[in-house]
Design a protein around this ligand. Sequence first.
Ligand SMILES: Nc1ncnc2c1ncn2[C@@H]1O[C@H](COP(=O)(O)OP(=O)(O)OP(=O)(O)O)[C@@H](O)[C@H]1O
Ligand SMILES: [Mg+2]
Length: 262
Amino acid sequence: MRLGYDKKDFEELGIKIPVNIRLSKKINAVLVAGKSGSGKSCSGRWYIWQQLYDGESFVYIADYKAGEEYERLELSPSYASGEHAFEMINEFYAFFTEVRNQKIRLRRHYTLFIEEWFGLLTYAENISKKLKTDLMSKVGEILAVGRGLNIGIMLCVQRADASLFSTGAREQFQCILSFGRCSAEQFRMLGFSGELEENPTIHYKAGEALALIDGQDSVKEIIVPLIENEDELSNQIFYYLCKQPDIAELRRTVAGGGRAAQ
Ligand SMILES: Nc1ncnc2c1ncn2[C@@H]1O[C@H](COP(=O)(O)OP(=O)(O)OP(=O)(O)O)[C@@H](O)[C@H]1O
Ligand SMILES: [Mg+2]
């Protein structure tokens, strides 16, 4: 999956050098952080599209906010908005638990994409404290153990505060993207260190980010292309989501020994 293009080469030379990761048993957790309007959702949709188009991963989307930009996906069983977002996370967790308990070796990768983690948790907390802690521990467990199982999480959040993650969960992300302007405090929370990240003169625009990727030598500054035809992108995402096994189907297949889910 292409996270974006190297910012420096693009700006200075007009050359697009891709910055890539491949979702796998090794890289399964991606954090997309940034203030409101920094380009998380636009970039996130491009990432979802790529995962589906390239067959890199199946994707299951929990979007409590029911963003207008996701409206086209409402009829897909792999997309859940409002309170249904909780069910999507619970179902995905149940799938993950079955895979783990039965030691099923998945050949394909499965991603839970969570939009607006902070908003989702606040929404959950207003319903009950237990719902919030339950969601945090389920997501924390997938982050901690999903590696090696081919099951992962891509999570969008405005601020990566410690209170939003169960103990140690933040450290499980092998790929961290920080979009737009970011305070030094946030950079530290995200695990960035060094001059580039803490230089207060760097202000990224929407769609520009710092990328910290496990196994890649240094922090990279990237630019994500702006997708002009959002409707067509959503149409294509919808098309691919309809072709993949829906979450209920996954549960049934793992319950039956997992062969069909592999
Ligand atoms: N790659 C990009 N290049 C240029 N502009 C972009 C890019 N991505 C997003 N933008 C601009 O930024 C706006 C906000 O983007 P987006 O909705 O993705 O932000 P967000 O981080 O998800 O915000 P929120 O936290 O409020 O949901 C877009 O409507 C678009 O105008
Ligand atoms: Mg958004």
